[in-house]
Design a protein around this ligand. Structure first.
Ligand code: GLC
Length: 553
């Protein structure tokens, strides 16, 4: 099955697109399982059309034991019964296209689930067999009872697990950069390349418009798999250099996939989830013959400080511009503390999946965080390039801190014995209606993570059509952004009298944001959008506006 978008949409639609991330298990449930599903998403697509986004990126809905919320894929071409059927996926794609919304699906090529047919075959086959060559099996060090090297899982604990051989004796070890149920593929093996070509084609044949590539920087490892120095081992920052991140050869994979997508027309895209620094390295993923987008994690990780924000914007525009790609902008996703909480916290360290929980030493002030969250989006959506939004941010949802330990599902929490809370706090099912069961998330009232009482007043039906609501702010920004062509525009900084206030002009719009603690007098001019309802001629702390440019000249 293929389904066509209207011929009006340009092949390079992605250069200025706003893409909305749906996290299927937490978006909308059509049944009573407490998990969102594909029919639920299809039902709500018109809301996303009304919001004004151009495309929807779906986190994985494939067959999976759900040990890492679906990022542990057991069948890349199957739909997990939790989410529906393949026919539901096809119907979703068609319905989105009917609304002129593009669909991006997630592709997880660094590892499969240990339930994948290939891994089961590998376990049943002897060391050195072709079945084992599809994954990263090695003999242990010393007498074989120690892991082959000292690499650690991103989720905590060792990155190696020892298997029991078919004859019942302790045997080889396999690498898993994430959970022990997520064995890494061996990308030195051409069979793995062919397999993923087929997976791409399977979903392209069903009409998808692109793929978000999970852990795009992880596929290739330094030959010999060298151990880390003690200092490198201790460094869990996402920008730390490691012998399994960002190896030159990963780019060959994306050049090949670029060609596969090209067979389906000029408008299909690849988006890199590549936590690599500096931005020039990230930009290597979006050279002309590779991907189209890379999530701008440098921007996401920037703290609430005017000079830091200004410099990351300049750096992004120059690094991506140098390879002819648009910069992307992103503030939230399913792996980081929601920005309507995070921006009242520290810097980079706070986005590492340590998460937030009842015993966290630092908790954001909810009012300060909410103001900054709205202001940050107002600042972001005026920038030239493409932006990613994460479900629920248009409602101003904060990170949920009070989740009981026994409800937490993130492997990070379990693999660190609760030392790191992990990412459940940004994954709580979103509220649609204040007075419905589970705030309209599921008809039975079930919800796989408990929703806090504060979600009632933040529900979509409480914000729809309400002036000053976060939802209406997002709609206004998205409408104006499109009408003024800001995504294709050019940024020009405007000097202000305060080091804490940034101002830039993009086409007919001037964007101003106050990152400091004292109010700032606004220039005269029509305020077209404001992150706060105060209209006293000042830009308050944690406040951003869009003003008609001509009036400021
Ligand atoms: C990516 C995903 C994250 C997942 C991990 C392992 O970082 O965004 O949710 O846990 O990869 O697949």
């Amino acid at each position: 099955m293929t389904s066509e978008l209207s011929p009006m949409s340009a092949a390079d639609w992605w250069r200025d697109a706003v893409i909305y991330q749906v996290y299927p298990r937490s978006f909308c449930a059509s049944g009573g399982t407490g998990f969102g599903d594909l029919p639920g998403i299809t039902q709500k697509l018109p809301e996303l059309r009304k919001l004004g986004v151009d495309a929807v990126w779906l986190s994985p809905f494939y067959t999976s034991p759900q040990n890492d919320a679906g990022y542990d894929v057991a069948d890349y071409c199957g739909v997990d019964s939790l989410f529906g059927t393949l026919a539901d996926a096809e119907h979703l794609i068609q319905s989105a296209h009917d609304l002129d919304l593009r669909i991006i699906v997630d592709l997880v090529p660094n590892h499969s689930s240990s339930e994948h047919e290939w891994f089961k075959q590998a376990l049943a086959s002897p060391p050195g067999s072709p079945e084992r060559e599809r994954y990263m099996f090695r003999d242990g060090s010393g007498d074989g009872s120690e892991p082959p090297n000292n690499w650690q899982s991103v989720f905590g604990g060792p990155a190696w697990t020892r298997v029991v051989e078919a004859d019942g004796t302790p045997g080889q070890w396999y690498l898993h950069l994430f959970d022990s149920t997520q064995p890494d593929f061996n990308w030195e093996n051409p069979e793995v390349w062919d397999f993923f070509d087929d997976v791409l084609r399977f979903w392209l044949d069903r009409g998808v418009d692109g793929f978000r590539i999970d852990v795009a920087h992880g596929l290739m490892k330094v030959p010999g798999l060298p151990s880390l120095s003690p200092e490198d081992l201790a460094d869990i920052r996402p920008d730390a250099q490691k012998p399994y991140w960002n190896q030159e050869k990963v780019h060959d994979v994306y050049r090949r996939w670029h060609r596969v997508l090209g067979e389906y027309g000029p408008d299909r895209i690849l988006t890199a989830e590549a936590w690599v620094w500096p931005l020039e390295s990230m930009a290597q993923y979006v050279r002309e013959d590779e991907m189209q987008h890379a999530f701008n994690f440098a921007y996401l990780a920037t703290s609430w400080q005017a000079d830091n924000v200004k410099s990351v914007v300049d750096h992004s525009l120059s690094a991506f511009g140098a390879v002819g790609a648009p910069s992307t902008w992103v503030l939230s996703n399913h792996d980081v503390i929601r920005h309507s909480s995070r921006l009242a916290m520290g810097a980079l360290e706070s986005v590492v999946p340590g998460g937030l929980g009842p015993k966290s030493p630092e908790k954001p002030d909810p009012d300060v965080a909410m103001r900054r969250g709205r202001a940050a989006t107002t600042f972001m959506l005026g920038l030239p390039g493409s932006s990613y939004l994460y479900q629920g941010e248009e409602l101003g949802l904060p990170e949920v801190i009070e989740i009981p330990d026994d409800k937490r599902e993130d492997p990070t929490f379990h693999r660190t014995n609760g030392e790191r809370y992990g990412r459940d706090g940004c994954r709580v099912p979103i509220p649609w209606e204040k007075d419905a069961p589970a705030y309209g998330f599921s008809p039975s009232g079930d919800s796989w993570l408990p929703q806090p009482d504060t979600f009632g007043d933040l529900a979509r039906d409480q914000q729809e059509g309400v002036e000053g609501s976060t939802l209406e702010l997002y709609k206004t920004l998205l409408r104006l952004r499109k009408a003024e062509g800001l995504g294709r525009g050019e940024l020009q900084w405007i000097a202000t009298d305060s080091p804490d206030v940034l101002a830039y002009q993009n086409g007919g719009i001037t964007v101003m944001c106050n990152f400091g603690d004292t109010p700032f007098d606004l220039p005269h001019g029509d305020v077209l959008a404001s992150s706060e309802s105060e209209r006293d001629g000042t830009l308050q702390p944690g406040h951003a506006v869009w003003i008609q440019s001509a009036a400021t000249e």
